[in-house]
Design a protein around this ligand. Structure first.
Ligand code: ADP
Ligand code: 5GP
Length: 211
């Protein structure tokens, strides 16, 4: 009920349509979205999620995630501060209402990087984003990317690969995503992502040029 109320509020406030990027861990979501935010820094804004996982080297609190304890996160969930939240590979992740509002208040296209549970939960709201799935060319490539990234211990890596197998099947469900991009060659995948978002990018540029 509350979820619907707040998401209606978001759509009412809404400027440009938000974008959801989902896909297996290691598929290249962060790489693609960082490229996009760099090229179009006045068009896109990242919805900074909360997580209970530890920061990786180079990640910045408040920029990549808000890193919080499980107790703090649970209290915020109980306090109805989140649009959606999920448990992924032993940690909590969630999109706060404030994270989306902060971006929408600046009239930017809000990008959410969320897992499949998040996709399902967002579909129950009125946020009405464009759903884009980023997929690896194969499980072998996915495993190699995760290993080469060097951020996961063996246990976390195996958990992520197991989740990926299930989620890659679930994401084939008709209507789940508007666009599926296979991230084989990064430059090709990036062009496909830009083409998918071109209409939205142009409408934001037009609005900022006229204001
Ligand atoms: P995700 O955010 O989906 O978990 P990342 O963006 O962290 O994935 O990418 C996982 C790893 O794969 C990173 O080390 C990244 O540099 C690398 N990577 C991403 N896209 C490609 C690609 N097209 N070809 C080769 N390596 C890639
Ligand atoms: P990572 O630990 O690799 O940064 O993220 C693990 C998974 O959690 C990824 O699939 C990512 O998309 C997802 N994720 C990140 N933030 C959120 C969030 O706010 N909500 C949900 N549901 N998933 C998230």
């Amino acid at each position: 009920m509350y979820m619907r109320y707040f998401s209606r509020l978001f759509s009412a406030m809404a400027g440009p349509r938000p974008v959801v990027l989902s896909g297996p861990s290691g598929a290249g979501k962060s790489t693609l979205l960082k490229k996009l935010m760099k090229e179009y820094d006045s068009v896109f804004g990242f919805s900074v999620s909360h997580t209970t996982r530890k920061p990786r080297p180079g990640e910045v609190n408040g920029k990549d995630y808000h890193y919080v304890t499980r107790e703090a996160m649970q209290a915020a969930i109980d306090g109805d501060e989140f649009i959606e939240n999920a448990e992924f590979s032993g940690n909590l992740y969630g999109t706060s209402k404030a994270a989306v509002q902060d971006v929408q208040a600046k009239n930017l296209i809000c990008i959410l990087d969320i897992d499949m549970q998040g996709v399902r939960n967002i579909k129950r709201t009125d946020l009405n984003p464009i759903y884009i799935s980023i997929q690896p060319p194969s499980m072998d490539v996915l495993e190699k990317r995760l290993r080469d990234r060097n951020t996961e211990c063996e246990e976390s890596l195996q958990k992520r690969l197991n989740i990926a197998k299930v989620d890659m099947e679930l994401s084939k469900e008709p209507g789940m995503f508007d666009v599926v991009i296979i991230n084989d060659h990064l430059d090709v995948a990036y062009v496909q992502l830009k083409e998918t978002l071109l209409q939205e990018i142009n409408s934001v540029k037009k609005i900022s040029a006229s204001s």
